[in-house]
Design a protein around this ligand. Sequence first.
Ligand code: ISL
Length: 549
Amino acid sequence: MSWWKEGVVYQIYPRSYVDSTGNGVGDLRGIISRLDYLTELGVNIVWLNPIYASPNDDNGYDISDYEAIMSEFGTMADFDELLEGLHQRGIRLIMDLVVNHSSDEHPWFIESRNPDSAYRDYYIWRDGKSGRAPNNWVSVFSGPAWEYDQASDQYFLHLFSKKQPDLNWENPDLRQDIYAMMRRWFERGVDGFRMDVINMISKNPSLPSVGDESTLAWGGEHFMNGPRFHEYMQEMHREVLADFDCMTVGECFDLDVNEGRKLVGEDRNELSMVFQMEHMSLDHGNGKWDVQPDWSRVRLKEILNRWIDGLDGVGWNSQFWMNHDQPRAVSRFGNDADYRVESAKALAAVTLTLPGTPYIYMGEEIGMTNVAYPIEDYRDLEIHNWYNEQVAAGQNPEALLASVHRMGRDNARTPMQWDASTHAGFTSGTPWLKVNPNYPDINVAADRANPDGIWHWYRDLIALRKARKTLVYGRYEPYMIDSEQLFAFRRQDQQGDFLVLINLSDERAITRLPESVTELAWQVVKNNYPGHDRIDALKPWQALILELT
Ligand code: ISL
């Protein structure tokens, strides 16, 4: 069976992991210094956010050379050493693949500015319409999705920042260049790719406006899961992926289960897994900044169960609570004030016992939390673009800042908290983004010193999942799907029979399980309230993993 089905992934945002040079920015040698840490935690796949050359308009998601290492992060020799160190420890490495767009400083785009260049068509250039942009699409990072170029009197499309022009996948030479680049990374030894916004690469070639042309609008219907998307994925598989024992995971907003089945269906030759993002909008109102903190547990289970069910027997699933674009899981889905430790453990129990490969984001293993900085302390362009746009539109800055505190991407990007020394042991210099002020209390050293801490709980659950394949391959049966407190299910096969009961609330929760379950004998495998092992009523944020006999 595939290593990536049985593996546990640990995501590292290199800029924020460990700084080995004192310049305030995390780097590859920093990661190398923590390889034993990864082994001790037990993870066996690492996903690195982009480490390629970049002017860093969007922290490496704007790539100016797909085959060079960002100078702040180190050298290719450092990369090779990192890869070798991981492989020696039985850990695979997956890289970020950002090919919906490049940097405007990529040589392709620089060439592309010349209308006569063969590279013109590597990007999406169009004439304006009566003095306006070619259509009314809005950028994910606020403002219009088109930038005017005076020299050629045309506009180019950028669904993200204007320093991230969209690549034109209609062009076969561009596609071959991308496949060749991927192939060289595989030949260098990497084990797979996480593909950034991959379901945005195929645009409706007529690029139509949406609704009223005079107001900006989300044009997603014309580029999410676009007309040639699966064709491109199958071509990429044929041209590159088929030749390597690799794993791939596509980041896909606005993907329904039907499309998901096409992407990961084992007979389809596209991707190994997707990140479906539906549960990332559980607390969105009118967009992500309109936070609705009172999210529904029933809805969460409906989403996750629908995906488990929809992919069952078809393709592989993935499980995660957060990544580098999302708030801290324990602050968002747990309770970081009254039940930080309990709720961090409860959330871990969900991702590590459901069907699908679990993804842990750095710092989740010690229950790192959100931050609440003044606006000038944030670094993320998404935060600043949105905040400035809204202030200009007359919105109340305090209310805007409150949304940033809850939803801003920098919540996930504050430096890793290693110990109680200055800047949490992340850097000897000035960190590029301030360290969360709670680091004297919340840090790896302190957490690991406590056998009942979050870190040990993660390590134990990772070990359990590795030892007991029932948690990987076993049949899944959910219980109490209408409970606004409990996430309850069973994982069962020839080798084992587990009952998982997780209280996702601040209140005591009463269980209602079928008699066929309650009449069975059980023993506790993991419990975040040692000694409290009643299965009829769970404590706030209690997680019980039981083996039925
Ligand atoms: O966080 C978001 C939605 O909740 C978006 O801002 C998200 O960043 C975007 O929709 C897709 O993310 C990916 O592509 C971006 C990059 O900034 C993100 O870091 C990356 O994960 C552009 O490459």
